[in-house]
Structure formats: structure tokens, C-alpha cells
Design a protein around this ligand. Structure first.
Ligand SMILES: [Fe+2]
Length: 202
């Protein structure tokens, strides 16, 4: 367990700011400023797209869908410029901007082993579940001639067992996230393949 980035608290933001969101345009502007690395930016677009697609698939209301998307969009915003302050920086920035506490807590809980915040809500559990798997499936798509086309759940599972492939992606965290979210790994992989193929830098 890596505790050097532990946030040291489990409550974030102010309840009176519920529903207070940042527009997608402003979030993208922030990413352009804080995240020069386009690959990292793509990762955030992909996680945001998965979060949004999940909320849409559950028929959540418009505000909820925006919260799910914004959490994905900003979850690694501080990673490139402030690696030693990763998570702390973006959480405090959003608190200063009086952003919705559920969005801030979701960002704070996207890596329980790194930030010491256990995901509790569905939105928190799903960002943790999507985060590593999204990057893994994307890495796999890059080595396939037809990218996402015809990608099978069973091949992704086989790749997960291949420790040499995308070695930086923590399998332990993927399985831990799936357990916490109480979803089947097959269903999660299927959802990521089906939705991520429609996403790019917009
Ligand atoms: Fe991430």
C-alpha cells in the first residue's frame, strides 16, 4: 500500500455546494492548461465518457450525468504538473471553486490504495472500476489491427493474465474495484469495449 499521497480525510467539499458544477468547456480549458500530455488528456476523456455512458445507461437525470462526466474528466488533472501532490491539488482546487462535494469525493476516491479514501457511492465505485481498465483496454486496442472492432471480452481477460502486457496497469486494483462495485468483470469489460470505441479527443 502506497500511503505517501494519503489525503488524511474522507469528507470533501461543502454540502451547500451540491449541484454546483463546472461546465465541460471550463473543465477542458483547465485540462489544456494543466495537462500538456495529450495521452493523459485522452485517458481523462475516456474515463469521462465511460462515466457519462454509465449514468446515461441507468437513466440518471441531467445533473447526475454531468457530475459523473465531470468527475471522470478531472480525476487525474493534477497528475502531470504536481505528481507528488496528485489528488490533493485538484481536490483543494475544486473545494476553492465551491464545486459539488459529490464530484470532489468521487475524484478523491478513484484510488483507495493511493489516497486512503474508500469508494462508497456508486459514482465513486465506478470511477475506481473504470480508471485502470479503461487504460488497459485502450492499450490493447492499439496493438490490434482493427483496434476496438471485434474485440472480445475473453481476449481482454486473457491479456489481463499476461503479466508482460501493459505491466504498469495494476490487475490487483482492477479486481479489487470490481469486487467493491459488485459487478461481474465480464460485464465491466464489455461495457468498456462498447463505449470506449466511440470516444476520442473532442
Ligand atoms: Fe486515471
Amino acid at each position: 500500500m502506497n500511503s505517501s499521497r494519503f489525503l488524511g480525510r474522507t469528507t470533501f467539499g461543502d454540502i451547500k455546494n451540491l449541484g454546483n458544477l463546472m461546465s465541460r468547456e471550463d473543465a477542458i480549458k483547465l485540462l489544456e492548461e494543466w495537462v500538456p500530455n495529450v495521452r493523459l488528456r485522452l485517458h481523462m476523456f475516456q474515463v469521462a465518457h465511460l462515466m457519462k455512458s454509465w449514468a446515461v445507461s441507468k437513466n440518471y437525470d441531467e445533473i447526475a450525468i454531468k457530475k459523473w462526466e465531470l468527475s471522470g474528466l478531472l480525476h487525474d488533472a493534477d497528475w502531470e504538473k504536481w505528481p507528488e501532490l496528485h489528488c490533493k491539488k485538484i481536490v483543494e482546487f475544486l473545494e476553492d471553486k465551491s464545486i459539488d462535494p459529490e464530484v470532489i469525493r468521487t475524484i478523491a476516491s478513484h484510488g483507495p490504495n493511493h489516497f486512503g479514501v474508500d469508494p462508497v457511492s456508486e459514482m465513486e465505485k465506478m470511477i475506481y472500476a473504470f480508471d485502470e481498465l479503461s487504460g488497459f483496454v485502450h492499450a490493447y486496442s492499439l496493438m490490434r489491427p482493427n483496434k476496438y472492432e471485434g474485440m472480445e471480452v475473453s481476449s481482454v481477460k486473457r491479456k489481463l493474465k499476461d503479466k508482460m502486457f501493459a505491466a504498469q496497469v495494476s490487475r490487483e486494483e482492477i479486481y479489487d474495484a470490481v469486487n467493491r462495485a459488485e459487478i461481474l468483470i465480464d460485464d465491466l469489460i464489455k461495457f468498456v469495449i462498447e463505449n470506449q470505441k466511440n470516444c476520442c479527443l473532442e
